[in-house]
Design a protein around this ligand. Structure first.
Ligand code: NDP
Length: 707
């Protein structure tokens, strides 16, 4: 093993020529760049076949890597608030965007075209941006609540809430070869926002690109020490050292996934294991779509894209195409015609739309799997043996022609629903009716995503409800959304990615949902005052904090959750209700004096709910002069729980419920440093019962820069 401080990737200079020593990728562990022992696994340029590097982790102490992550990385990250972690992600994303061209240069060597690399590189960085923005859904604390408060007693002195705290371990990501950048960043963005560090083990064959990105991440100094470690090569005995506080994610083949999932230590320690494996994703053409229609063209375009982007090496790519039986021939002929326009070759050539597979071994595996399918299918487009490429030598690069297969009897052919050809391969099949189509999509035994192309919302509904059990995501595509659609194959940071059954049974991303995978949920029971202190959210029934200063006179920093006032009283009169009806134009029967109320839910003229809230504002607002409260930001919730009749006496209990800081906009000279404050407005009548309850929001200036 040797340690270096070199932060630049050697991949920019040619290596591995005849007799030249092969450059060894470096592992970033326990705060240093270290090369493993031995020769390592040779890695090749997917286009030229040239040897470009070797990957080895031999000799590394895997136990100490995890320990370092827990003791150094986790200790720093868990102390930061969600907002601090989110801002860190944003700064990192902006930094990596500036370096992106150097990543593209390396990415071409994985066989990826510019468009493929965009998905991998900028798509990956996009996940950092998306999770950075997600911080606003969380409090400015290292932990958060989950769900609503739960009352547990009649007297209101005993209650519960669920709390999420960052796990004390490490996120171990074992990734597939197809997205060396996105695969790392889509996962790390989430565990970092949760306050957990990562150990990333990319698939060896494309790990040279992951290494190039990690070099920049580490060089940036944006992440705290220990937040990210990288292993280029075998995972060694890493999994022997995981504990219950760690989380493992795996993307790759079902065989490896199942083997790892059954690891003794993972089972004994109950380590969460999120698996994303082979997925026989389907696309269905609705029976309402006819050749020549707008949706037909969308269908052909989507299939071509799914088969050729990343040369079909996408976990979400369409492997099975179902079309109404009467259009089977039209469909495969049209798809073939479209595929024929795809220029294949060296990704560095601008005309090229499909590059090489990640390696020759991967190509051989795809071919072997196609051979298995051919016992009950036939090729209707493409060839297993010949391919035309531009600007490249087909015998040196891992090129493969797109292959469209046809299976006429999909219920009799199980292989087509079982075998994932991880390349530009898809099989088209007929169906008779929607019920049959739904059953066919389910024969994949669980997939990451599925699409239906239809302009008929009744068909769409029946399909989604019928097939939803077997797919992680369903896209309904038609001319209304096609132009702006992100497409069948794109997992999105705010949507759940993962699927049941064969797809691994896992879930990743999904916005706030994903962050929770790295946090421990714990139910907290106690008094409302204690739960308020812990959650930093005012819980109904908790003791309020009384002071001589009206809360509207306090700057953001000075306000405390629980700051409370009880207002003067106001009598609600019939004249008030009449006047509000005139002013608003709301003459609903319940608000009129002369209504015959027999048989209604009311006894007599009722005040408008919005009048009660307005009257409440009249009671709790303090500030005819300029003060820290800048503006009314809106209402989160509003309930009218009891009719307020003319003659009722209204009092308001007004409490600071939660504080949400907002980032300053340094480029906006009119911006005022500020935060959002949530207030609980309890509208009490003369019996001290709650007649209405609301959570209102105001924007409150920070003291640091008074106007
Ligand atoms: P593998 O299952 O072989 O490898 C996936 C990851 O697991 C790699 O990082 C690999 O590392 C690692 N790994 C392998 N063995 C072990 C082990 N014993 N302990 C710890 N880690 C291990 O999948 P590939 O990436 O090679 O892809 C193979 C097939 O998987 C594809 O042909 C395709 O069918 C499927 N696949 C499915 C995807 C999906 O999301 N649906 C995505 C990608 C692939 P190393 O590279 O060093 O062996």
């Amino acid at each position: 093993m040797s340690e270096t401080n070199n932060n630049s990737s050697n991949l920019r200079s040619p290596t591995g020529g005849q007799g030249a020593p092969v450059h060894k990728l470096e592992n970033y562990i326990t705060g240093s760049w270290i090369t493993g022992d031995g020769d390592g696994q040779l890695l090749y340029d997917a286009v030229t076949g040239e040897t470009i590097a070797a990957a080895t982790t031999k000799g590394l102490d895997f136990a100490s890597i995890l320990q370092y992550g827990r003791e150094v990385g986790n200790a720093s990250l868990r102390k930061l608030t969600f907002h601090e972690r989110g801002r860190m992600l944003k700064v990192l994303a902006m930094y990596l965007m500036e370096k992106k061209e150097s990543f593209y240069a390396v990415s071409y060597r994985t066989g990826a075209t510019k468009a493929d690399s965009w998905i991998d590189i900028e798509g990956g960085i996009g996940n950092l941006f998306a999770n950075a923005s997600l911080r606003r859904k969380f409090p400015d604390l290292p932990y958060c609540t989950d769900g609503d408060p739960i009352g547990l007693s009649k007297g209101g002195t005993f209650m519960a809430h669920h709390l999420l705290v960052p796990k004390e371990g490490v996120a171990v990501h074992i990734n597939a070869y197809n997205f060396p950048v996105w695969g790392m960043l889509e996962k790390c963005a989430v565990n970092w926002l949760a306050g957990v560090p990562a150990v990333v083990k990319p698939a060896s064959i494309t790990s040279f690109l992951t290494e190039a990105v990690v070099k920049e991440i580490i060089a940036s100094g944006i992440l705290p020490q220990g937040a990210l470690q990288l292993l280029c090569g075998s995972a060694g005995d890493l999994l022997d050292h995981v504990t219950a506080q760690d989380v493992i994610t795996f993307t790759g083949s079902k065989t490896t996934g199942l083997m790892l999932k059954g690891h003794k230590v993972i089972l004994e320690e109950s380590v969460p294991f999120n698996m994303e494996a082979d997925s026989l994703n389907a696309l269905l053409l609705g029976s309402d779509v006819t050749p020549g229609s707008a949706e037909w063209d969308i269908f052909i375009k989507e299939i071509r894209k799914e088969m050729t982007v990343k040369a079909g090496q996408k976990c979400t790519a369409v492997r099975r195409i179902f079309v109404p039986e009467q259009f089977l021939e039209d469909a495969y002929l049209a798809i073939g015609k479209s595929l024929a326009q795809t220029v294949i070759g060296n990704p560095l050539n601008d005309k090229v739309r499909m590059g090489a597979l990640a390696g020759k071994e991967q190509r051989d595996e795809v071919k072997a799997n196609v051979q298995k399918l051919l016992s009950a299918s036939q090729i209707v487009y493409g060839s297993l043996d010949s391919i035309e490429v531009i600007d490249a030598d087909a015998s040196q690069g891992a090129f493969l022609s797109p292959l469209l297969l046809l299976t006429e009897h999909p219920f009799q052919n199980n292989a087509v629903h079982d075998i994932e050809c991880f390349g530009p391969v898809s099989t088209i099949m007929p169906y008779k009716d929607l019920d049959e189509a739904i059953r066919l999509t389910k024969k994949g035994k669980g997939s990451l995503c599925c699409s239906i192309i239809t302009a008929n919302d009744k068909i769409a509904t029946e399909f989604v409800v019928g097939a939803g059990t077997h797919h992680g995501r369903i896209l309904v595509l038609n001319k209304d959304c096609a132009k702006e659609s992100t497409g069948h194959g794109s997992p999105l940071p705010m949507l759940v990615h993962g699927g049941p059954g064969r797809a691994g049974g896992g879930e990743e991303m999904g916005g706030v949902r994903g962050v929770k995978h790295y946090m421990q949920r714990v139910a907290i029971q106690g008094s409302p005052t204690t739960i308020t202190a812990i959650t930093k959210q005012y819980q109904p029934g908790a003791k309020g904090i009384q002071s001589d200063v009206h809360p509207f006179r306090k700057y953001f920093e000075d306000l405390q959750v629980g700051d409370q006032i009880t207002t003067q009283k106001r009598i609600i009169t019939s004249e008030d209700i009449d006047a509000f009806a005139e002013l608003s134009g709301d003459h609903f029967y319940a608000h009129k004096r002369d209504t015959n109320f027999s048989g209604t839910m009311f006894e007599k003229q009722v005040a408008h709910g919005y009048f009660i809230l307005s009257a409440a504002a009249g009671l709790f607002v303090d500030g005819s002069d300029l003060g820290p409260v800048l503006l009314n930001y809106g209402i989160d919730e509003l309930r009218f729980t009891k009719p307020v009749y003319a003659g009722a006496v209204l009092t308001i209990r007004f409490t600071c419920k939660e504080k949400l800081p907002q980032d300053a906009k340094p480029d906006d000279e009119n911006d005022i440093p500020k935060g959002i404050v949530k207030w609980l407005v309890e509208m009490l009548d003369e019996t001290a019962e709650i007649a209405g309850i609301a959570t209102i929001l105001t924007m409150v200036a920070k003291r640091e820069q008074k106007r």
